[in-house]
Ligand binder design. Structure first.
Ligand SMILES: NC(=O)c1ccc[n+]([C@@H]2O[C@H](COP(=O)([O-])OP(=O)(O)OC[C@H]3O[C@@H](n4cnc5c(N)ncnc54)[C@H](O)[C@@H]3O)[C@@H](O)[C@H]2O)c1
Length: 420
């Protein structure tokens, strides 16, 4: 028999029909038979129907049962839901003059949700705009219903009209499998999307911070990379939709600054990792951790001598907020200069997870940068920023997160399919 579910309990359609009939009957009796009350206020008899007291008792018992089985559990469930909505993390109180209205595009993604947390806890009003291509509502669910928070399902390729003081423009797929999935959309997001956000910043006189990337340096011929380096990007390679998309997004920011006097900030973000990364992110940190936790071989593309510098996500968020509130409009590298070879990184993950996985080499991928290490003196000198979370500490938290996620997905796979 077809079933539907209320608050986790299943009720067959047959039973429901019976309950409905009873309810209608009871309502009829109540309206037309007008019960009289005795001195104590209890139901005594029906004045015109002639319905016997045994029928009356039966009806009352049915209603009581209905109440106990259905209404009370439902009321309890609703109360629990309302209560849960009220339980947001405690935020600082900011006076009107200090409280900013902040837009975060891509705020339901990995970096975005950590930024949302930091700005909400500081007491600002935060609006997240996301099309949920790679972002998830669950990343920001703890704030849903909070007076200072708003979540808008919107694609930045379409114009947006809201009133804000600051815009953190993060909307863009960030990992190679995601940005290569639909290269044309990646280009549109980074070009039309950025134009739309700059147009908004111009209209409402907001400061816009662009989440750019170390990929603007391409496969660098200068090492380590200072912001003054112009980069070495293949404009027609598989990564170009993202690399060139971000390069033109930077160009747009400076055009709007020059021509329209828009206040802009440009963060060139280096590899970032931490909890809430995507399981299928496809980048080296998540790949290695998941492979190690599942006892699969760790795959290195190329020799493994290529290097990366990994920064923990809270360091990045701290840098983004400081940059936004600084007066630096030149591009600024935000990354951890602690450089490791990919091979060394793989060995470290195996040790940290206690895995028996082996390391295997696959052919190198096209245009994979061979070296990555930021020069961060601009951020240090201008707004006193430097990363503080050591690799080991950040990795332990990230491994824990992936362990939990794996556990959750195993449990949900085991569950019976829900009633429809
Ligand atoms: N994570 C890193 O290592 C890293 C490195 C360099 C730069 N960045 C930049 O930081 C930003 C955030 O990266 P992330 O790692 O959090 O990636 P992510 O994929 O987790 O987050 C990106 C968010 O943008 C949203 N989005 C994508 N296209 C959109 C569109 N057209 N309209 C509205 N929303 C859209 C996605 O749904 C997602 O929530 C990106 O701009 C990325 O280029 C990240």
């Amino acid at each position: 028999m077809a079933k539907f579910t209320i608050s986790g309990s299943s009720i067959s359609q047959g039973k429901t029909m019976m309950l409905m009939v009873l309810l209608v009957f009871f309502a009829f009796v109540f309206v037309y038979c007008m019960p009289t009350l005795n001195n104590n206020g209890s139901l005594l008899s029906f004045n015109s129907s002639g319905i016997s007291s045994s029928v009356q008792h039966l009806l009352l018992r049915q209603v009581k049962e209905l109440n106990e089985k259905l209404i009370v559990p439902l009321e309890e469930r609703v109360a629990a839901l309302e209560d849960r909505q009220k339980k947001h993390p405690k935020v600082k109180y900011l006076a009107e003059k200090d409280r900013k209205r902040i837009l975060i595009t891509g705020g339901a993604g990995f970096v975005g949700c950590h930024l949302v947390n930091a700005l909400m806890l500081e007491g600002h009003e935060v609006t997240v705009v996301d099309n949920f291509f790679t972002g998830r509502k669950s990343n920001v669910e703890q704030w849903i219903g909070h007076d200072n928070f708003e979540l808008i399902n919107h694609d930045v390729v379409e114009p947006l009209y809201i009133e804000v003081d600051q815009i953190y423009h993060l909307a863009s797929p960030a990992s190679p499998p995601h940005y290569m999935y639909n290269p044309i959309k990646t280009i549109k997001t980074n070009t039309i999307g950025t134009l739309n956000m700059l147009g908004l910043a111009k209209r409402v006189r907001a400061t816009l911070l662009l989440a750019s990337t170390s990929e603007v340096y391409g496969d660098p011929e200068v090492h380590p990379q200072p912001e003054t380096y112009w980069g070495h990007v293949n404009p027609i390679g598989p990564r170009a939709c993202y690399d060139e998309g971000k390069r033109v997004a930077e160009t747009m920011c400076y055009a709007y600054q020059k021509q329209e006097k828009v206040n802009i900030r440009v963060a060139r973000i280096f590899n970032t990792y931490g909890p809430r990364m995507h399981m299928n992110d496809g980048r080296v940190v998540s790949n290695f951790i998941l492979q190690a936790l599942q006892g699969q071989p760790l795959t290195i593309y190329g020799t493994g001598s290529q290097t990366r510098s990994f920064q923990y996500v809270t360091d990045l968020v701290d840098g983004l907020i400081r940059l936004m509130n600084s007066n630096v409009s030149l591009p600024v590298n935000l990354g951890n200069p602690d450089e490791r070879s990919i091979f060394e990184f793989a060995e470290r993950i195996i040790k940290l997870t206690g895995s028996n996985s082996e390391i295997i080499n696959q052919p190198a991928v096209q245009d994979d940068p061979q070296k990555r290490k930021p020069v961060i003196t601009r951020a240090m000198d201008n707004f006193g920023w430097m990363p503080v979370v050591p690799l080991e500490e950040g990795l332990i938290k990230t491994v824990e997160y992936f362990r939990d996620e794996l556990k959750k997905s195993k449990t949900s796979n085991k569950k019976d399919s829900p009633d429809l």
